[in-house]
Design a protein around this ligand. Structure first.
Ligand code: DX5
Ligand code: ZN
Length: 245
C-alpha cells in the first residue's frame, strides 16, 4: 500500500480537487499545467461507463496519459457497474485512489471486499454514495475504506444543482468517524463550498465553478476564500451567541 500518496491526499485537506469532466480534452497537458499553476494538489477523474450512469467519459488511456504529465495524486471516481473488473488496469494506468459506488455492489459486505481488493493493489479505496441511496446501505464498510465520497448530485453529469442532503450526511459521518477522509462532489461553488466545509468535509470536487471560468487561479482562490469565510462567520456567530465551543 502506497501510504505516501494517500498521506499527500490527506495533507491536501481542506482541498479543492478539479474534476476533469469539463476541461478541454484537446489540450489536456495545458489544462493540467494551468491547474498546477493555480495550486491544485490532487486531480479528480470521472470515469463513467454509459451503463452505471447514462454518460460515457474515458478510461485507462486518459489516466495513463495524465500520469505521464503530472506527479499529482490521481483520485479516480469510478461510476461503473463492475469496479473490480477495471481496478487493476486503473492502478496500472496510474490511479492513486479508486472510489467505487455503493450502488454498484450487492451489499456492505461486498463493498468491504471490493475495498480490501483495491487496497491490496497498493492504492487507496473510497466508497461513493448517491443522494437517493440510504446511508444504511454503507453498513460497516466505512471501517474498510480510506475515504467516503458523499455525492451532492446524482452521479453522471457535471453542472447539476447542489443537493443539501449531503450536508447532513457529512455531519453525521464526521461525528461517527472523526478520522475518515470525507469528499463531496457535485454542485460545489462559491455558495455551497463553505457549508460543506462547515459540515466537516475535507475534499471538495469542483467542475463547473472552475472550468466555466477563464482564470482557473482566480476561481480556485475565490473558492478557497469562500470555504474559509464560512468557517470564520460561523465561529463569530457561535461566539456572539455565547455558546461554548
Ligand atoms: C458528477 C461528477 C462530478 C462533476 C462535478 O457525476 O462526479 O465530479 O464533474 O461537476 P460540477 O462541479 O459541475 O457539479
Ligand atoms: Zn466525480
Amino acid at each position: 500500500m502506497n501510504r505516501a500518496v494517500l498521506d499527500s491526499i490527506r495533507n491536501a485537506a481542506p482541498g479543492i480537487l478539479p474534476s476533469l469532466l469539463q476541461c478541454d480534452f484537446g489540450n489536456l497537458q495545458t489544462e493540467v499545467e494551468r491547474l498546477v499553476a493555480a495550486g491544485t494538489e490532487v486531480l479528480h477523474l470521472d470515469v463513467m461507463d454509459g451503463h452505471f450512469v447514462p454518460n460515457l467519459t474515458y478510461g485507462m488511456p486518459i489516466v495513463e496519459g495524465l500520469r505521464r504529465h503530472t506527479d499529482l495524486p490521481l483520485d479516480v471516481h469510478l461510476m461503473i457497474s463492475d469496479p473490480l473488473a477495471y481496478a487493476q488496469p486503473m492502478v496500472d494506468a496510474g490511479a492513486d485512489l479508486l472510489t467505487f459506488h455503493i450502488e454498484a455492489v450487492d451489499s456492505a459486505e461486498h463493498a468491504a471486499r471490493v475495498a480490501h481488493s483495491i487496497r491490496e493493489m497498493g492504492v487507496g479505496a473510497g466508497v461513493a454514495i448517491n443522494p437517493e441511496t440510504s446511508m444504511d446501505t454503507l453498513g460497516d464498510c466505512l471501517d474498510e475504506v480510506d475515504m467516503v465520497l458523499v455525492m451532492s448530485v446524482q452521479a453522471g453529469f457535471g453542472g447539476q444543482s447542489f443537493n443539501p442532503i449531503a450536508l447532513d450526511r457529512i455531519r453525521q459521518l464526521r461525528q461517527r468517524y472523526p478520522e475518515l477522509l470525507i469528499e463531496i462532489d457535485g454542485g460545489i461553488n462559491l455558495e455551497t463550498i463553505g457549508r460543506a466545509r462547515q459540515a466537516g468535509c475535507d475534499l471538495f470536487v469542483v467542475g463547473s465553478a472552475i472550468f466555466g471560468q477563464d482564470d482557473y487561479s482566480a476561481a480556485i482562490a475565490s473558492l478557497g476564500r469562500a470555504m474559509v469565510d464560512e468557517m470564520i462567520s460561523d465561529s463569530v456567530a457561535t461566539d456572539e451567541s455565547g455558546d461554548s465551543r
